[in-house]
Ligand binder design. Sequence first.
Ligand code: PDD
Length: 288
Amino acid sequence: MIVHLNGRFLADRDASISPLDRGFLFGDGVYEVVRAFDGTLVEAARHWTRLARSLREVRIPGGAFGAEAMSDLARWLLEENGLKRGHAIVYVEITRGSASPRTHHFPTAGTAPTIFAYASPFVPVDGHRIHGVPIILAPDERWGRCDIKSVNLLPNAMAKQLAVEAGAWETVFVRGGRITEGTSSNLFAVIDGVLRTHPTTHAILGGVTRDVVLEIARSSGLTVDEAAFTVAELESADEAYLTSTTNDVMPVVRVDAATIGGGEPGAMPRRLGEALRRLLYAGRAAGG
Ligand code: PDD
């Protein structure tokens, strides 16, 4: 695989990062995951806007990582790795760079951020969409700035492992009795005919897929409310689904022991999912 590291394209086995890199020592970095279809980046503008925001919020200088530079980089990686046909993902991570000695406070001004990126083939999880997936709940023990797409993903990794061990697809976090989001996805539910999802506060990542699905839902005339819902409301919801760059729209049919929608994917997730995939993967992707 040809990857990108600090301005160079090279084989992944030749790419090396200093052990003093702050991404390694402190998790001091941010990232994005972007889908590509037939060489076109999907919703690239929204992903690069969110990357710029994450950089700004953690005060990593972002001047070199604008939308045009990021799209060019992503397209190069797709090209270099023979991924101009079919589905692929592009991963981009930017850290505060490396500096010696190790200090908790930021290194001196002028320390170059580290940028690492790769593209790899992606197989959409279409099979699971037909039957829907089970999820489990876990306490949201993450920090108070989940709106920043930081590489500090230990709580997410630990919670996702619980899902794997329980034979579930995803773990969804609960904070103060209300659902926030999944370890790497947002959650929607249809409650009393209203499509609901957690609002974009500091408690969740404002998902790109979440935004697109909300736009599709509103333009199809559905009643939408960005209002957090309780565990009890989720367990008695008519329909529920996860959204993310890698899931698209994934119907949820079980939450812990509670069955959702009679154990079958609901009509709304199917309709929204089809609309999303038509929009995103039919050569009409925005900002690519
Ligand atoms: N994760 N919430 C969290 C905590 C996430 O990590 C993600 C995405 C989302 C959904 O965001 P989007 O629709 O923009 O993908 C919500 C990516 C896919 C990842 O970490 O691999």
